[in-house]
Write a protein that binds this ligand. Sequence first.
Ligand SMILES: NC(=O)C1=CN([C@@H]2O[C@H](COP(=O)(O)OP(=O)(O)OC[C@H]3O[C@@H](n4cnc5c(N)ncnc54)[C@H](OP(=O)(O)O)[C@@H]3O)[C@@H](O)[C@H]2O)C=CC1
Ligand SMILES: O=C(O)[C@@H]1CCC=N1
Length: 267
Amino acid sequence: MKIAFIGGGNMGEAILGALIQKNICPPKDITVSEIKAERRTFLENTYGIKTTPSNPEAIKNAEVVLLAIKPQNLAELSAGLKGKLAETQLVISIIAGATLSKLSGGLEHKAVVRVMPNTPAMIGMGMSVWTALPAVSPAQKEQAKSILSAMGKEIYTGKETMLDAATAISGSGPAYFFLFMESLEKAAQEMGFTPEEATVLVSQTAAGSAVYAEKSGLPLAQLRKNVTSPGGTTAEAIKVFEQAGLETTVIKAAKAAFDRSVELGKG
Ligand SMILES: NC(=O)C1=CN([C@@H]2O[C@H](COP(=O)(O)OP(=O)(O)OC[C@H]3O[C@@H](n4cnc5c(N)ncnc54)[C@H](OP(=O)(O)O)[C@@H]3O)[C@@H](O)[C@H]2O)C=CC1
Ligand SMILES: O=C(O)[C@@H]1CCC=N1
């Protein structure tokens, strides 16, 4: 599969890295259009792919064109590519808040897939939620699915509003977990662990908890109860989280991300 990336930043790199690692695409079939010269050099040297500063040049001969630029650059990108895409080319956009109608209208193109991925795609542990316009053929849907599967797990939805919800949960989600981990690292250091030890303690606890939750198949509340001995240490910590309104705060934060995704879609 020949694929062109428009934007070779964090997510562009995460996706192309997964495609190469999982043998979905050899490096010679990947072209990245990227504005920054130093990023182009880095991507060429690290992955052996082709790069160009020109979007029209990048999309030549590509079966799939993957848009991985920031939302504020979409208007300029659409103006430059408008009418230049062949009917058979599949556009896959990961741009937060960029709706199918905005993408399709701006590019004058019908075969468009919209995805919300996340950065753990970098290590094949990503979570993507995606939807497609009716013009996307079953074969193109399979192509999209194979790209997203290389990055981790994927869920297709027929309801585009679920993309805003996915943005708030799995798209932005890694940052929520990192914030919590940063706080726990600070606590570990205050208790006397070195920064290196604090990182190991927190990372291994987070990774172990996530994998254990998935593998055990037990409800999260049950797993939490198993750690929380009556009258013990965990109960004291959880009391503090509850008094501070953790659950309400998390739901409020996710809702703020959802609202911002909707707002980006209107802009
Ligand atoms: N980061 C994340 O966790 C997630 C991000 N997303 C979405 O992915 C998209 C990309 O995010 P991310 O990778 O973090 O962003 P980055 O800023 O890291 O990457 C975008 C890159 O594209 C370059 N660029 C800008 N305009 C153009 C253009 N017209 N042609 C070619 N290259 C261009 C940028 O250069 P310059 O910096 O100079 O503008 C930058 O290097 C965003 O739309 C975001 O909403 C989705 C899910 C998760
Ligand atoms: O913060 C953002 O807008 C993007 C979308 C999801 C994660 N990062």
